[in-house]
Design a protein. Structure first.
Length: 260
């Protein structure tokens, strides 16, 4: 086994903690963090630019053989004590597998658009767990790409963890300027998911050709001016006294309709 690091002042350990807790640090270093055997394996498989692999003693004994079979020519591996692993973990029962990964070059909306492509636009979403789950569902349903606008940080540990590895497979673009976003989506049918009596029930919509569905903020929905700029407004018909769904659930239903 490699030399075991026990000091909380170790530069790699300190950098990991900075990246884990601060968007500003992630942007400054151009790195984000991963935690968990499965997601680190996915990142290694997809050659996602892992620069540092950090394993606790337990994880080294349990997963080391498997993980170290990957191409680690550009990756530095260190082993830390189990106590230090618990200290830097963001989950309660950590597997002791951590990594630092290069943030990829940001994609523009136009670079991910294809003929007849189906897209999910996350407009003003702030719950990292929801965002991660939507990216994962988009991957599962074969959606062509996800576009984020004014939403939470894609590279926060909770978003990354909730994507369950889909962040490495999904085409994701970020465009925070609404004017530019609509400009880049011109020629695509855009549907605003809203709770509005004038909206078209999604069961009556056709989704032929290139399509983009806009999902708004968890609490406030889509801003009225954004919904107005879309080609149409759509609603998921609901029964009883329920008048809204969790944003990730609504997105899942709409993506299912998109991909049918």
């Amino acid at each position: 086994m490699e030399n075991i690091i026990t000091s909380k002042d170790n530069p790699t350990v300190k950098l990991y903690q900075k990246l884990s807790s601060s968007k500003k640090e992630r942007l400054q270093y151009g790195l984000f963090v991963l935690e968990g055997q499965r997601i680190v394996e996915d990142a290694l498989k997809e050659e996602s630019g892992i620069t540092q692999l950090i394993l606790t003693q337990k994880a080294y004994e349990r997963f080391g053989e498997e993980l170290l079979q990957a191409d680690l020519r550009n990756t530095r591996t260190i082993v830390i004590s189990n106590e230090l692993g618990n200290r830097i973990a963001s989950t309660d029962s950590t597997q002791g597998v951590f990594a630092m990964c290069r943030i990829p070059v940001q994609r523009s909306v136009s670079s991910i658009i294809t003929e007849n492509g189906k897209y999910l636009v996350l407009f003003g979403l702030q719950d990292p767990g929801n965002v991660g789950m939507m990216i994962r569902t988009a991957d599962a349903l074969g959606i062509s790409g996800v576009i984020m606008s004014g939403s939470c940080d894609l590279y926060s540990p909770k978003v990354i963890r909730s994507t369950m590895g889909s962040v490495f497979r999904m085409k994701i673009a970020i465009e925070n300027d609404a004017d530019k976003l609509f400009e880049e989506l011109s020629g695509i049918t855009t549907s605003a998911a809203v709770i509005d009596k004038d909206a078209l029930p999604v069961t009556e919509c056709t989704f032929e050709g290139a399509q983009a569905v806009f999902i708004g903020n968890e609490g406030n929905g889509l801003p009225a001016d954004v919904a107005q700029r879309c080609s149409r407004k759509v609603i998921i018909p609901m029964h009883g006294n329920i008048n809204s769904l969790n944003a990730a659930m609504a997105a899942g239903i709409l993506m299912w309709e998109l991909s049918r």
